[in-house]
Design a protein around this ligand. Structure first.
Ligand code: KG4
Ligand code: ZN
Length: 352
């Protein structure tokens, strides 16, 4: 049984976890920076890397203490190598390299998106379905549709051509004056709204597997904010002014309906065309109950979602992904570099 210490610092969570056997969570610490970035309505990269520097050491120590383990009882150190904010990634990578050097443990650089896929393996009742599987990753930074052919083997079918799904939730949330991050706030507001109050568009893309949320975001802005002159003036102040007759729950529910419809439709086409045995949905937006319900109601095959506490960024999923690499005998060199952009579009194991 391999036990792996995993570190994740790709965006605004400083996280460390200890995973045994690819599926047992021995410790899972997430130090969120949400409050730090909330005043800016989005992640402020310089603040994020500084906050990672301040907390990474304590977060790793706490993970070891929670698991009641020391370095001698570990088999490897895994770290998110990309994609993400370079300054943030560098903090985790440098720390992990230092640990690997000091302890002699092997280092594994992991793709953050692959981590989101592997968050499924950490659910209590998870049983690995037969490959191929369709994996949809919907977060603040990514919206990807992948065909997973086996462990570490992916084909990219499509993804967003503009904003990520979570980014659209965050931007619409900001327009509506809701707290950051917008996703959970919109979901909450939508509970007392009417989903067909506004006829927001479902984007048409050239490929049925691609997604687009920027037109939807603009349509919401047009519908709820005041006339252009007042709007451009207010925009300069960072917040367009809402029309007086706007009922926020109705806007939230109608937006959520349109956004989730697009995701369901892309997933449906992929499942139909690739004879997949299951759909994996992960990333921050996969916490959305309306999306979960709609996927389960409209798709005939099983839909897997991670437990809620593993939908957002965490290191447990990085440890789960690392486990399968470790078993395959893969190790990273100590001079790996941060990869700001890194598509999960190839045989990741073979690309070493
Ligand atoms: O995976 P994640 O924590 O970070 C990234 O890798 O980006 O995803 C964060 C995103 C944010 O945009 C947030 O608004 C969205 O996930 N989100 C949600 C919900 N909870 C988080 N979107 C819709 N409904 C939710 N319940
Ligand atoms: Zn993520």
């Amino acid at each position: 049984m391999a036990t792996i210490l995993a570190i994740e610092t790709s965006c605004d969570e400083t996280a460390a976890a200890i995973i045994s056997d690819g599926c047992v969570i021995r410790a899972n610490i997430v130090a969120s920076q949400v409050e730090l970035h909330a005043p800016y309505g989005g992640v402020f990269p310089e603040l994020a890397s500084r906050a990672h520097i301040e907390s990474v050491s304590a977060v790793v120590s706490r993970a070891l203490a929670d698991a009641d383990l020391d370095y001698a009882q570990l088999d490897a150190i895994a770290v998110t190598q990309g994609p993400g904010l370079v300054g943030s990634l560098l903090v985790g990578i440098s720390f992990a390299k230092g640990l690997a050097l000091a302890t002699g443990l092997p280092l594994l650089g992991i793709n953050h998106l692959e981590g989101h896929v592997y968050s499924q393996w950490l659910a209590d009742d998870f049983r690995e379905p037969a490959f191929p599987i369709i994996a949809m990753i919907v977060s603040g930074g990514h919206s990807e549709l992948l065909l997973m052919l086996g462990h570490g083997s992916y084909r990219r079918l499509g993804g967003t051509i503009d904003d990520a799904a979570g980014e659209a939730f965050d931007k619409v949330g900001r327009t509506l004056g809701l707290p950051f991050p917008g996703g959970p706030a919109i979901e909450k507001a939508a509970q007392c709204g009417c989903a067909d109050a506004y006829a927001f568009p479902r984007a048409k893309t050239d490929s049925v597997y691609d997604l687009s949320f920027s037109g939807l975001k603009t349509a919401v802005m047009r519908a709820v904010t005041q006339q252009p002159s007042a709007r451009s003036q207010r925009r300069a102040e960072g917040q367009a002014r809402l029309r007086d007759d706007v009922h926020i729950p109705d806007v939230a529910a109608s937006f959520q309906e349109a956004a989730t419809d697009s995701l369901v439709s892309a997933a449906h086409c992929a499942m139909r065309d690739y004879a997949a045995s299951a759909l994996f949905v992960s990333g921050g937006v996969s916490a959305n109950q309306s999306l979960r319900d709609k996927l389960r109601a409209r798709l005939e095959l099983p839909v897997y979602t991670p437990p809620l506490f593993l939908c957002g960024d965490n290191a447990a999923m990085i440890g789960a992904a690392a486990h399968f690499r470790y078993l395959a005998g893969l190790r990273s060199r100590l001079d790996i570099e941060a990869r700001a952009r890194w598509m999960l579009a190839e045989d990741v194991y073979a690309s070493e």
